[in-house]
Design a binder for this molecule. Sequence first.
Ligand code: DAV
Length: 372
Amino acid sequence: MSDTGKTIVNSWNEWDPLRHVIVGRADDCHIPAEEPALDAKVPEDSDMRGQWGRRPQETIDRANELLNNFASQLEKRGIRVDRPTSIDHSVPVETPDFSTESQFGCMPPRDVLLTVGSEMLEATMSYRCRWFEYLNYRPLMQKYFEEDPKFRHESAPKPRLTDADYHPDYLSEKIGVEKRLKWTAEKFFVTTEEEPLFDAADVLRFGRDLVVQHGFTTNLKGIEWLRRHFPDHRVHAVNFPGDPYPIHIDATFTPLRPGLILNNPQRRLPDEQREMFQKNDWQIVDSAQPAHNAPPPLCYSSTWLSMNVLVLDPKTVCVEKSEVYQAEQMDKLGMEVVEVDLRDAYAFGGGLHCCTADVYREGVCEDYFPNR
Ligand code: DAV
């Protein structure tokens, strides 16, 4: 028992009881300048097209108010909360291979940090403006390294992000949703296979199994890199036709507890990829509809942040306060719902799952898919 007190970092899945988490900040968040990977994701009809720069201070203050309230709500439940140290996001990113005018922010730690057991892995990232985003979390990584003798701080190889990483077909202003759906169904995404690329938010942890979305932000080489990096895990590539802008798995496929996953009804997992779940009696159910017809202003994400929930334990889940249909469904599924007001922070990088990263959940690495 004496040395468990020193364990700071431990998390093997998305649902075991949460004890320690990082909650992001909206400080100094910028709408980044145009670049290939970002342009491919900003919807063609979005109010964000063609504008960039620091977000208005009053929206930053409002988002921080909500993030701070969320952090206190978690703390009141006995969960330890750490926050990033925001760097100056107005500083351009310049490497020998590319340069871009500003950075992004540190609201969504989930995109950058992947916790697997006692390891926290900094993702390669795939947007130029997010190349240095790990720096916001380095003070925490240093602290965990000093406090926890078993903590493994890892960083995936920094990608070069030259133009060779992006398909020029996606650079066109007007592609149209129909063509986008055809391309994504054929797994023709904006990122090429030039070098390994992944965002941490494309990975879901199911104990021994890691499920990774192949899409705009994660390529097959990135998935292969994860496979070699985690030799004791089984790494599964999935993709979700029906999503014209596939970035990050966490508004598409949401495990709630062993045996139960919500799937976005517009982005269903293809039949041939369901086998591992079916063979092991996991249920995949359609998520409820979002409560909104459109995302809030200047937001990258879709209305499906409704299902971007944070599971606190297998019976308790945080759902955004305005997402009444999602809350109702959770209730029917036997989950206790904790309402969290976060919608005015969505534009800064996502919902309740995005704006958090696991540090410690109880439990050990289990095999939830013994039937192969
Ligand atoms: O549906 O726009 C958002 C995911 C953010 N981590 C979407 C995906």
